[in-house]
Design a protein around this ligand. Structure first.
Ligand code: PEP
Ligand code: MG
Length: 597
């Protein structure tokens, strides 16, 4: 964090590009930070604080009695523990002291004192204390709500004006449900580049930063700010000079985007004639407009789990078929590939589908879940088959670790077809079936898997995490998460070779597909398709059009012999710099502006 006069610059990791300007809205763990303002009448503020505590105590007592009558003393004890928080001298004495010393409003002083307390507790590696922080957060939320009730506000809700959200963390479902109009961009203290939260931000075109240390604690709701999703900077209270600089930068990016829009109907073809299919990754139906504008040759990955799991109840076959049909119709005459449910990992599914697991990325996720829940799986398969009538569609299975899973999934697909036939329901009998290669064991038997399917799509987000044993969402080990590791590159080559032995195509639908530094290598390895978030697609197309396939093949040969990541990255950077320096210098920053769709 650096300070220039009043302006304060926080630095994090950029995960979704774009520059936005607006007031902040700060959300601590589980509750929004109240606005802060100076006060003149200290006794009145202390009285407001006491009143909020009294009201909270009354509510907790009511909840305790209610719980006792329903399920007995043990559950009711939870609320007794909550009441103890209100009696803690840190609260009772600390908050009035803060009001007197800071001359700030009661809710903000309460918030600041509690945040301080929570931060110290989180640093103590004691599981009992950690559990207790959840109780305290709960009580904080209740007290803040009571302050707000008095003012007729709702602190837990999102503000009804445009803002930049700063939050301790955001789950993929928080991101999915974000109000795209009001949330201009977001920054979190936690998070990593390859989490689904970051992927969603890129897909939706929401500028975003993660890993912004101590931001929640130090920032105030409504402070004016600039979020720079290219460099990972959050500039609070920017000077007029900084604002002018960023406005100019943004204008430059817009000009670049306008140039790329002209490539909409052009092919992604290298200077010596090798065509790459560029398709788009989507999670939501509303992204289809962007897909169309991007010039994508279809949808290479539709992550169906966001549709299936973001509701209280899993949509039934009819509802699913209706959505998949609308998607297929919108993308026609191009293909759409539906990825069957990929529950688990960091995409926490709604109860009661799965339970928390100690190692969610190594546990019950992807195809493992679907093969165990045949009822849900077949319902989805039937819906996809029905949506494909008269259209070119595909489906693919996530997290395949070996041939057995492919065969088992195909058997259930055949059963689903028989069931539709028995019901007299029309479906697509020619649907193309693919396997996602995301686990090293599957990459090692790619040729055998390829014999069973019509295409392979490499999910590099997971392939990298499983090859290098690096949790893709853990910022502590993020420095080890390297797409250019020789182990990863050799596995990708093995998959492409396995597929070509069976004369089927191979694509990449992980984030590596949009990495402009790695692009010359992927082309040189012989990849057929790249599927990327729609906002990034025009930029990748422009880059492919600057590459020479023969040169990329030579690069690939060198990289396959390299033993160290840095050597591969050096070779790829040099190739990318030589082919499209202007795109690299922009930091790949000229992707489409989704707000203009
Ligand atoms: C991948 O793992 O690369 C992939 C595309 O799937 P997801 O990111 O949804 O796990
Ligand atoms: Mg994956």
């Amino acid at each position: 964090m650096g300070q220039v006069g009043k302006e304060v610059v926080y630095e994090g990791i950029p995960v979704s590009r774009g520059i936005v300007f607006g007031p902040l809205h700060v959300v601590a763990r589980g509750f929004s930070a109240p606005e802060v303002h100076p006060i003149g009448n200290v006794p009145r503020e202390i009285e407001r604080f006491k009143e909020a505590l009294r009201l909270t105590g009354k509510q907790l007592d009511g909840l305790r009695s209610h719980m006792e009558s329903l399920s007995g003393n043990e559950e009711a004890c939870i609320f007794e523990a909550h009441m103890l928080v209100l009696e803690d001298p840190i609260v009772l004495n600390g908050v009035p002291k803060a009001i007197r010393e800071r001359h700030q409003n009661a809710e903000y002083c309460f918030y600041a004192v509690m945040q301080n307390q929570l931060e110290s507790m989180r640093r103590i590696p004691d599981p009992f204390l950690r559990d207790r922080t959840a109780d305290i957060e709960d009580v904080c939320q209740r007290v803040l709500r009571n302050f707000a009730a008095e003012e007729n506000q709702s602190p837990g809700d999102e503000p009804d004006h445009q803002h930049i959200l700063v939050s301790y963390d955001l789950s993929p479902s928080d991101t999915a449900q974000m109000d795209r109009h009001n949330v201009l961009g977001f920054a979190t203290e936690q998070g990593s580049t390859n989490s689904h939260t970051a992927i969603l931000a890129r897909s939706l075109g929401i500028p975003a930063i993660v890993g912004l240390q101590n931001a929640v604690f130090n920032l105030h709701t409504l402070a004016p700010c600039i979020l720079d999703g290219y460099s990972g900077k959050l500039i609070v209270d920017p000077t007029a000079e900084t604002t002018t600089h960023y406005r100019e930068l943004e204008r430059g990016r817009k000009r670049e985007r306008a140039k790329l829009d002209k490539l909409r109907d052009a092919d992604a073809v290298t200077t010596d004639g090798r065509k790459i299919t560029l398709s788009a990754n989507i999670e939501f139906e509303h992204e289809l407009k962007l897909v169309e504008r991007s010039g994508a040759k279809g949808v290479g990955l539709f992550r169906t789990e966001f549709f299936l799991l973001e509701r209280e109840e899993c949509p039934n076959e009819e509802e699913q078929a209706a959505l998949y049909s609308r998607v297929a119709k919108s993308v026609a005459p191009n293909d759409v590939i539906f990825r069957t449910l990929d529950a688990g990992g960091d995409k926490v599914p709604g109860e009661p589908l799965t339970e928390p697991e100690p190692n969610p990325f190594l546990g019950w996720r992807g195809i493992r879940f679907s093969l165990a829940r045949k009822d849900l799986f077949k319902e989805q398969l039937r819906a996809i088959l029905r949506a494909g009538v008269g259209r070119r569609i595909g489906l693919m299975f996530p997290l395949i670790s070996g041939l057995g899973e492919v065969k088992a999934a195909k058997k259930l697909l055949a059963d689903s077809m028989s069931e539709l036939t028995a019901r007299g329901v029309e479906f697509n009998q020619e649907i193309s079936v693919g396997a996602m290669i995301e686990v090293p064991s599957a990459a090692m038997v790619a040729a055998e898997i390829a014999a069973e399917v019509d295409f392979l799509s490499i999910g590099t987000n997971d392939l990298i995490q499983y090859t290098l044993a690096v949790d893709r969402v853990n910022p502590r080990v993020a420095y080890l998460y390297r797409a250019g590791h020789p182990g990863v590159i050799r596995l990708i080559k093995a998959v492409i070779e396995g597929a070509s032995q069976q004369r089927i195509w191979t694509g990449i639908c992980g984030e590596m597909a949009g990495d402009l530094i790695m692009l010359p290598l992927l082309v040189g390895l012989g990849i057929d398709e790249l599927s990327v978030g729609a906002p990034l697609l025009p930029l990748v197309k422009q880059a492919v059009r600057h590459l020479n396939y023969a040169e990329c093949s030579t690069l690939a040969t060198k990289c396959l012999l390299a033993c160290e990541t840095r050597e591969i990255v050096r070779l790829c950077s040099a190739a990318a710099q030589a082919a499209y320096p202007e795109l690299i210098d922009q930091g790949g920053g000229a992707e489409m502006d989704p707000s203009s769709c």
